[in-house]
Design a protein around this ligand. Sequence first.
Ligand code: KIV
Ligand code: ZN
Length: 528
Amino acid sequence: MTTESKKDKVFIFDTTLRDGEQSPGATLNIQEKLEIARQLSKLGVDIIEAGFPFSSPGDFEAVRLISKELQGPVICGLARAKKEDIDKAAGALEPAKKKRIHTFIATSDIHIEHKLKSTREKVLKTAVEMVRYAKSFTDNVEFSPEDAGRSDPKFLFEILQAVIEAGATTVNIPDTVGYTVPNEFGGLIKAIKENVPNIDKAVISVHCHNDLGLAVANSLSAVINGARQVECTINGIGERAGNCSLEEIVMILKTRPTLGFYTDIDSKQIYRTSRLVSTLTNMIVQPNKAIVGANAFAHESGIHQDGFLKFKKTYEIMNPEDVGLLTSKLPLGPRSGRHALKEKLSELGYQLSEEQLDKAFLRFKEIADKKKQVVDKDLESIVRDEQRIAEITSYYELENLQIACGTGLPTASVCLRRTSDNVFLKDSALGTGPVDAIYKAINKIVNVPNELIEFSVQSVTEGIDALGEVTIRIQQDHLVFNGHAANTDITLACAKAYLNALNKLIDGITTGTKILAQKSELEAKKGV
Ligand code: KIV
Ligand code: ZN
């Protein structure tokens, strides 16, 4: 018998692409959702809630594509307890090897009376009917009584018994508004186990929001009291203050084995997943964030450093390597060859084609000349950058950029190559700052109206020579396109990120396949 088999498995249900994407400003396009889903699969999550297909064509398409591509995890689609929602979810999940429909309806009196303008009886009837309806598409049906944390426990027991009878295989207990405290929430799970006669026919899941900073503590308390699925998100992103953070709950269960639980998460993939989600959602991880914050493994005080150097465990309860923070023993440098880069990338989990490797090697050499030591985070940033470029059609490429700025008027001169006819186009512009000047000069050449709605720069590593990762969002007619790029020269990264977004926008126009959901649809989704 292995140690694991003596412990109870906790299923990890990742909702980064659904609840996480409901974070203000965290809009992801379909390609980005696919990229995250692939990484979640590498991370080893059991279930990916890929979206809410009824909420927008973009969500429908994302769930469909993820269902088509990913064979490992169960792919789940959210649906209100309405036939039209369940139909859409079933349609989007159709290609999935393993699928789940997650349907929900509110059960607290405050929601029933003021939001649904209904009654407990009607809510119970709808829940049962819709679970049965969802069962006609798949055996794997999850039911959530929304705002369970503030629902009358007696009504909760009644509705849970009824939906399990109707075929729900997972019953999820959401603390929708993050109101409960650990003893209370754990007690609720215990009470559900004791008062729902057929509870052994379903897995108890929990879905905790972080309004009082208790999402992880409440989820842990629920697990200790009988829950065996935790719904969580990478970096804890989600509606308002977010959801239970995946990396925190997973590392608690791993670091404290005496609690008696395990997950199938490959914890070495945690850091990479966190970085990917942070970059693509443009949501910066606070430095003191547990597990994945920049300071999570940094020892600052002299006493701590002294103790740590004498014996690591004096001040470190987890190995940074266990969450995938490879403190590169052998960073690559300007003299490292293509072979060394290939080895290093494969160590990091990237298998590149020869052509991709050629491109990555060129980028690596450029950076190594400037930085001297290229660490894992730099390499990951380069590879992601190249992958992004490869994924989109390039209508314009940056050939040259010159900037003059300082106390005078910032000026940018830009030369772009139009790929359709290989013509080089040049223009220059003045701006309020260098970035403004670059964007104005590019606009003069490309001439596609759009509005810059978001712009951010994050440094990949510490130090003055760090790679800067630029994320921007542009909007045209309520459609939003993201652009990303990384470079040691931030102005170059700005120009490339803008072109990345413009190329996506042009692609949307020329092929007619709008890759992002309409703003109005997103707003509808935020109304969940
Ligand atoms: O917070 C919540 O109640 C939800 C449900 C849809 C599960 O996100
Ligand atoms: Zn939620």
